[in-house]
Design a protein around this ligand. Structure first.
Ligand SMILES: *[C@@H]1O[C@H](CO)[C@@H](O)[C@H](O)[C@H]1NC(C)=O
Ligand SMILES: *[C@@H]1O[C@H](CO)[C@@H](O)[C@H](O)[C@H]1NC(C)=O
Length: 458
């Protein structure tokens, strides 16, 4: 007991190190094959697949998170977070073209969130006016059978509840990015005078990512993570080596960052995420400033009335985040992937692209950037569809992506069965069905044959 209470007096980081030493000591006293199984099982989602051929496994606790009252008030900040924030704010305040452009994109996103109530209400008013066309005797049926007007009115109330969340998001962003409400109001006024309305769709998509990345309901969409986590487990050095020398992982196009948090939870990884969309970044900064589990609630599905089995489904709320974010563990670097890491040649051990490569304007620049930022012998893990957006300069089929990547100096390697079936004979690419759409109760399914591969920089 004295030993135990002494451990609990240690600051968080030293305690982790202490526990890991303890862990390694336990491992070294067991046989090496049990050790390997254990290391794999601990980083696997589906421990099940291991149990089938498993001998009895010793479970050792490698991580205990102790929250102090202070943690609950101020989110954790590491040195690299402080440095990156300084760089970001300096960059947003410069007066060159690219900085003005970033600031403008940020203000546009804030404009969108500031007007999320009004813009959705305008849409609802349109639906109300359409309902006005329905002949009186039919309306009577609709009102008696399902109280259609009440549904419209409840939705209006829920729009304003969502608006409160949007307002909190804006407040957190003004604070984080050090922008005055005067500047934002000026921007909004100018934009609306030029008939540039707030972007309703991008706000809605960013909010839906709270469901996809950070709610219990989104878990079915995160199933594709297990292929990535298992592939890391296969190609990363064992835990004891990773702890003394954490592997640097970069995740471009990270959205609201869940995959990055899932990777740091494995220990021995230093994760950097990257995102270009200011709508996503603003939504992420909110989470980062208020990271406690179950802290927020909203109604993500009220803006589209298609594909609902019941009106209760349509109007249901979703709570997020489903887990507290350890905000000191993942670093978000905002900006364009092809330029933000120009100073980081040969520096990452892993680059993980999840639902990302098809977002490129110029796919070749993405592939080149992945290649130059990886160290020699580093790994690129991909998982995602090939849904080219608007105006891509090149649109490659999967076989062409493989050929081009090999040409650039990547060697494709084997992946485990959690990554699904082989996509075509003789090629080391696999696929699993992946759902994208955030509403697990919807009557439609939007999905892809998500393509996965791992390739080493030669
Ligand atoms: C990582 O993913 C698994 C499976 O989705 C989940 O159970 C776990 O809580 C996640 N961990 C973090 C820190 O997100
Ligand atoms: C969210 O939905 C749950 C389940 O229907 C309900 O119990 C809860 O009161 C709702 N919370 C809010 C804030 O609407």
């Amino acid at each position: 007991m004295p030993v135990l209470s002494c451990i609990f007096c240690l600051p968080y980081n030293s305690m982790r190190v202490f526990l890991l030493i303890l862990w390694c000591w336990v491992c070294s006293s067991s046989s090496s094959s049990t050790y390997k199984n254990l290391a794999l099982a601990s980083s696997h989602n589906s421990v099940d697949s291991f149990l089938s051929d498993a001998k009895p496994v010793t479970v050792v606790v490698t991580r205990i998170t102790v929250l102090t009252a202070q943690d609950l008030i101020t989110p954790d900040q590491s040195e690299r977070h402080r440095k990156e924030k300084k760089r970001l704010l300096e960059q947003l305040n410069k007066n060159d073209k690219s900085s003005r452009n970033s600031r403008n994109r940020l203000l546009k996103a804030l404009h969108g969130f500031s007007r999320c109530g009004e813009r959705n209400l305008a849409e609802l008013k349109r639906w109300k006016s359409h309902y006005g066309h329905v002949p009186r005797h039919q309306k009577k049926v609709l009102e008696q059978a399902v109280r259609y007007s009440e549904k419209l009115n409840i939705n209006e109330q829920l729009i304003w509840k969502n608006h409160q969340l949007c307002e909190e998001i804006v407040r957190a962003a003004l604070d984080f990015y050090d922008i005055t409400s005067n500047e934002l109001e000026g921007f909004i006024h100018e934009s609306e005078a030029k008939s540039e309305p707030a972007d309703r769709i991008s706000v809605s998509q960013a909010l839906k990512h709270y469901v996809r990345d950070w709610s219990g309901e989104g878990a079915h969409e995160r199933k594709t993570f297990s292929c990535i986590l298992n592939t890391l487990a296969v190609y990363a050095p064992p835990l004891e080596q990773r702890i003394s020398n954490p592997l640097r992982v970069l995740i471009p196009g990270a959205g609201l960052g869940r995959l990055g948090f899932n990777i740091t939870a494995l220990d021995g990884y230093e994760v950097t995420t990257n995102e270009w969309s200011m709508f996503m970044n603003v939504a992420y900064r909110f989470l980062e400033s208020r990271p406690n589990a179950g802290q927020h609630v909203f109604y993500p599905f009220i803006d589209s009335w298609s594909h609902h089995a019941t009106t209760a489904d349509l109007q249901r709320n979703v709570t997020f985040p489903d887990q507290r974010l350890d905000t000191s563990s993942v670093l978000l670097v905002e900006g364009d992937f092809t330029t933000a890491f120009q100073g980081s040649r040969d520096s990452f051990d892993f680059i993980v692209t999840h639902f990302f490569i098809d977002t490129a304007r110029n796919l070749m620049s993405y592939l080149e950037t992945i290649h130059t930022t990886l160290r020699k012998g580093g790994y690129w893990i991909n998982s995602g569809p090939l849904l080219y957006g608007s105006g891509p300069w090149v649109q490659l089929s999967l076989d062409e992506i493989i050929a081009v990547s090999e040409h650039l100096g990547f060697e494709f390697l084997e992946m485990g069965p959690t990554c699904g079936e082989s996509t075509f004979p003789g090629k080391k690419v696999r696929w699993i069905a992946g759902i994208y759409g955030s509403n697990e109760r919807a009557l439609n399914i939007n999905g892809y044959r998500v393509q996965s591969w791992v390739a080493r920089k030669k």
